[in-house]
Design a protein around this ligand. Structure first.
Ligand SMILES: NC(=O)c1ccc[n+]([C@@H]2O[C@H](COP(=O)([O-])OP(=O)(O)OC[C@H]3O[C@@H](n4cnc5c(N)ncnc54)[C@H](OP(=O)(O)O)[C@@H]3O)[C@@H](O)[C@H]2O)c1
Length: 295
């Protein structure tokens, strides 16, 4: 009970019996530089994953296009056979070029192959959650129909290869349209204390009990820098990144966190963020970071 509370409380994905602690772990940083090739130190990557799970993080985000294949293979090495309560969320919709580029791969055939590849590398018969990651307008986010992709995913779900479906890098319209085709349990978009473009979507999904999973919760490849984060952290005797994560946990109960790190020290700081209490006036000051960024 104590450790569950420390990890930000729990969330149950809608229409499922899948319950996770709100503080999870994002595995993208475990591949090599630019998420391409193997990491410098594979044993260190295995150690990060094992410590994350031993500490109670039971929601891991990954994809077979990290590496490619590398991150899933490290997850398999570190954690298989998987604990019963572990939820692994993966994503499909892109393939890596030989130069490390990120290319759309969203035909029904490519989506089927991507699901099969994730199953193979993770050593599973069925994937807990698969997000369709839209590459429309890549690297920007673009409107457009995702009907063929959602129909293909619904078919993979019918075949039992995919248990639950989510979306990534999508608009409110795309989420609403997808929900007419299949049940959506989570949406994964860019969001953090400085990037608040999805505020309305967060609230809409919360009203329907759907998880919103921010990617780049710490700012991504260039972690957030803000004097407000620094000052708040100093006041609380913690780290700026922990404050950024604690703010997200406070933002809405449907927010599930998957901060990424290749370092055990950072992992500990991030997990500890779930025990931080942010008084109302601090929350208001932190809200100012996003407001300043929007102006
Ligand atoms: N759906 C999508 O399109 C999409 C896109 C991007 C990411 N994702 C998912 O979202 C997860 C989170 O995003 P992310 O990993 O890219 O970015 P992030 O969590 O915002 O930040 C990761 C960066 O912050 C550093 N970091 C982590 N903890 C830290 C700490 N306590 N103090 C200082 N620096 C710290 C990491 O470096 P160290 O390794 O040195 O700690 C890394 O450079 C990914 O792992 C991935 O699973 C999804």
């Amino acid at each position: 009970m104590e450790s569950t509370k420390k990890l930000g409380g729990t969330f149950t994905f809608p229409g499922t019996s899948m319950t996770v602690n709100r503080m999870g772990y994002g595995a993208m940083q475990l591949a090599g530089p630019h998420v391409f090739g193997p990491p410098k130190d594979r044993n260190a990557a295995v150690a990060v994953l094992r410590e994350a799970v031993e500490s109670g993080a039971n929601h891991i985000d990954t994809s077979d296009f990290y590496g490619p294949h590398v991150t899933n293979q490290i997850i398999h090495e570190a954690l298989h056979p998987y604990p019963k309560d572990l939820t692994i969320v993966t994503k499909i919709g892109a393939l890596r070029g030989e130069d490390g580029s990120w290319n759309p791969a969203a035909s029904p055939q490519q989506l089927t192959q991507a699901v099969e590849s994730n199953l193979r590398n993770l050593g599973l018969d069925s994937l807990d959650v698969v997000n369709f990651r839209s590459m429309l307008g890549h690297p920007k986010k673009e409107e457009g129909s995702l009907e063929p992709q959602m129909t293909a995913l619904a078919e993979l779900q019918r075949r039992g290869l995919v248990k639950h479906i989510g979306l990534s890098h999508v608009s409110r319209t795309q989420v609403a349209d997808a929900r007419k085709i299949c049940d959506i349990v989570c949406v994964q978009n860019l969001y953090n204390v400085a990037h608040r473009e999805d505020d309305a979507l967060v609230d809409e999904l919360a009203a329907d009990g759907i998880a919103y999973v921010p990617f780049f919760p710490l700012g991504g490849f260039s972690p957030l820098q803000s004097s407000i984060l620094d000052e708040t952290a100093a006041e609380l005797g913690t780290k700026p990144m922990a404050v950024a994560l604690a703010w997200l946990l406070e933002r809405s109960p449907n927010l599930l966190l998957i901060p990424g790190t290749s370092s055990v020290v950072h992992l500990r700081e991030n997990l500890a963020a779930a025990s931080l209490e942010l008084p109302a006036e601090m929350l208001e000051t932190l809200n100012g970071i996003g407001q300043a960024a929007v102006r």
